[in-house]
Design a protein around this ligand. Sequence first.
Ligand code: ZN
Length: 549
Amino acid sequence: MAPGQNTYPQDYFKPPLKIPMVLAGTFGELRASHFHSGVDFKTQNKEGVPVYASAEGSVSRIKVSLFGYGKALYISHPNGYTTVYAHLKKFNKKIESYLKKKQYQQESYEIQLFPSKDHLTIEKDELIGYSGNTGSSSAPHLHFEIRNTKTEKIVNPMHFGLHPSDQKKPIIAGIRAMVLNDSSHVNSSGISIPIQFKEKEKGTYYSTPIQAYGTIGFSIHTFDRQDGASNKNGIYKIEMRANDKICYVHEMETFSFAESKFIDLLIDYSYQYKYKKKYQKTYIHPKSNLSIYKKTNDTGCLFIEDGVSYTIEFFVSDFEGNTSKLKIPIRGNQSKQRIPSLQKVTEHHVRANHKYRLKTKEIEILFPKNSFYDDFYLHFEKKEDAFTIHEPTVPVNRDFKIRFNVRNIPDSIRKKTYIAEVVKNKYFNYCTTKKTDSIFSTETKSLGTYQLHQDWKGPNIYHCNFYPSQNISSFKNLRIYSKDKLSGIKSYRAEIDGEWILMEYDPKTHGFNYNISDKKLSKGKHSFHFVAEDNVGNTSLYSSLFYTN
Ligand SMILES: [Zn+2]
């Protein structure tokens, strides 16, 4: 029996799709800067799969956003839980007409609504919408969550009985020994190193014995697959034992959104940045407030004594309890020569518990107290117009401020200027820029390279699905495509005959779509206007006539 099965209602929530359950993502899976807060159901590589209410309830929130969850529906249930359905293509007729009315009232595609209780009641199994790919979704799927309505804590839907069959053991794909202070070493190394191991039989792994001394820990690269799908999903539980004593456990049962950022302390952050692979540490950072750690009175840090032998074992499980094991024998050996760690010392020693200010004539960088979790030497460099503020190898706990002195920039140029994060030396990504006559500032959580950059061109409007003066009576949609290369599209507005129309914008495809059935058009000539504005205020306009009969 899976853990926790007694504490959550079983058979209350039904799967929201009527196609076979295949997971594209599991609860708690490691994502960029957060843990996945739900399960992702595959939708057979297409959009438009009917989505049904998991249980009876009442719509408590409708949210439409360009990023994140895209079109999302929240249903609160009488049992104290709320289900969330995200990245939808559209909602059912009842919800869609409620939503559109508000969107037309507010003249905005992006919207958040909190219908009063029982205004939009939902039957169990009622069709609530269609799956899609809206928001920050990279392929069609349904993102589904179960939250505690009061606390908003998210709970693994598998604990409510929603899980596909899974008889496969997780895969352990890599393990690294982490050297945790200056006097420790592993296999003569003063820096963290990979440990070689072999799979003896399915799910049973052994490493060759290692020699170590001092305070060390481990990090593990692992994933799971369910039956009937080849994609890699997250695991449910990791346990570490030293000489048969449990010294680390984490379990993906429930967590709150506020703790999700501590994923930066769970994974080997700099390794992930450099090698694009996530290794989860099996020791706990003192500043991590993750509730997924099970109390063991231990931090998972090991102290290896000279001349003593240890057996370290890892148990990696999926929700069904399929478990893979890895055994590492350690021999304590203090005398082994140590290759020193190469910590780069710079003039900027940032202490985590203090604020830090870095100032030159052109730029000022302000790190408030506790911007970082650990002390480190910050690398700062100016190259041509770009300022490198370290690199994203160090996790950042809270926003810091970057202020550019723009006093010497002529007004005409300043107007077109924004703060850009320079990515791969060629992308000048817009950072929300607060402007005064003398200072441009932004707040960010990303270490990296920043500079002032200019954008002289409005968004490029490059395609429209009808030509000027065309009779569009047979059309279902009017569609236009627009993209802004540098600072990005900030806002847009579309009108027919001078009245605002709802164009649904998908930043991924650069498409803006109007559903012709929104408005009853009289027979004859109509005007269409579309204007888009970028983040420094350049605008572009497309106007055209069309006919209907
Ligand atoms: Zn998801």
